[in-house]
Design a protein around this ligand. Structure first.
Ligand code: NAP
Ligand code: G4F
Length: 323
């Protein structure tokens, strides 16, 4: 039997690039769908670019998705592509709905038509829980999304369940809580902090301006989470799984740890807040339980909060010291 083939949307992003590396390490043939941009955006893939195949496509365009699935013939499809920044989803709600919500349906349709026995992974999100009333959140927690992004992810979640039930497709949701890394986009709070602290430590800036410092998140390390994605498609039956560390921390705690990792003690003199970084509706508190993934998939996150902050700050310090 030849190597198994995986097709990834969102391969240029944080998770897509780690997942591609993870699957190459397991002997997969790896292909990714990339959209046409005026300047290529392949920096996360530079170490593996000659070992993967890239095909043109956009989650907004059905024909391109159908053609990509037909030409690659995948055994596993990972739908990681999305407009993934919650703040932008308030400014571009319809675009977010098109890409993050309907884009999932389009890809499911392409798989149903051209690779119906392929296993399908949907990058669902703890943002579907949103305004939570119970803690920790599990696969049974009701959904109450608080942003156009969260609403789009609820649609995509149910589209995935529906294709499983209606067409017996192997379609699985990974309901992942926040996961971060040195490849995280600079607009997300963890990377904004690690980059901002590294700028301050290297004398390139003298302040870090944030929004709501009291928001709590369950932050893990992205490479641990791509392993959950893969494991969920190796299970005997399709299902839905929470991926989380079970620990939550405030944005303020992240800031404090980040300055400590850079050896800066009098950090509060650099920290400012500005209401323009607040959201029209906030998700105040998320903390997940990954007990089901642990029981059924043998998955557990390895990297804890303090180590995550340290490795992100060190990576940004190294980058800023280099130039
Ligand atoms: P990311 O770094 O923002 O990557 C998003 C990817 O989607 C990029 O490769 C981007 O391509 C691609 N994309 C955007 N619009 C597209 C379109 N119209 N057609 C095709 N591809 C498009 O996100 P991430 O953090 O890796 O997250 C991966 C997935 O997991 C996303 O679906 C996200 O919503 C979800 N998720 C993330 C987390 C987290 O904490 N990271 C938690 C739960 C769920 P370009 O390079 O061309 O922009
Ligand atoms: O880092 P964030 O922008 O991530 P958020 O909104 O939790 O979403 C991320 O995780 C989701 C999983 O739960 C993913 F589905 C989604 O794609 C994305 O990866 O914001 C985290 C928290 C928020 O409460 C925000 O209000 O940090 C707060 N925050 C405070 N100051 C800030 C800032 N967020 C950003 N981006 N920038 C700030 O200056």
């Amino acid at each position: 039997m030849g190597a198994r083939t995986a097709l990834i949307t969102g391969i240029t992003g944080q998770d897509g690039s780690y997942l591609a590396e993870h699957l190459l390490g397991k002997g997969y043939r790896v292909a990714g769908i990339v959209r046409r941009l005026s300047s290529p955006n392949l920096s996360n893939l530079k170490a593996i670019q000659d070992r993967i195949e890239l095909v043109d496509g956009d989650l907004i365009d059905q024909a391109s998705l159908s053609q990509a699935v037909r030409s690659i013939g995948p055994d596993e499809v990972y739908n990681l592509g999305a407009q993934s920044f919650v703040a932008t989803s308030f400014l571009q709600p319809a675009l977010t709905g098109e890409i993050t919500g309907l884009g999932t349906l389009r890809l499911l349709e392409a798989v149903r038509a051209h690779a119906p026995s392929a296993r399908f992974y949907q990058a669902s999100s703890s943002e579907i829980f949103g305004h939570v009333e119970t803690e920790p959140q599990t696969e049974q927690t009701p959904f109450h999304p608080r942003s156009p992004y969260g609403v789009a992810k609820v649609y995509a979640y149910w589209a995935t369940v529906n294709y499983r039930e209606a067409y017996s497709m192997f379609a699985t949701n990974g309901i992942l809580f926040n996961h971060e890394s040195p490849r995280r986009g600079l607009e997300f709070v963890t990377r904004k902090i690690s980059d901002g602290v590294a700028r301050i430590a290297t004398g390139k800036s003298n302040c870090l301006t944030l929004g709501n410092l009291d928001a709590r998140r369950d932050w893990g390390f992205a490479p641990d989470y791509v392993d959950l994605m893969w494991r969920s498609l190796q299970h005997g039956t399709p299902d839905d799984y929470v991926g989380a560390t079970g620990e939550s921390h405030t944005v303020r705690e992240f800031v404090e740890q980040a300055f400590a990792a850079a050896g800066i003690r009098d950090w509060d003199r650099y920290l400012k807040t500005d209401a323009r970084f607040n959201r029209p509706a906030e998700v105040f508190n998320l903390r997940g339980s990954a007990d089901k993934a642990k029981r059924q998939l043998g998955w557990e996150p390895k990297t804890r909060f303090q180590e995550l902050v340290r490795l992100m700050v060190e990576a940004d310090l190294e980058r800023h010291r280099a130039g």
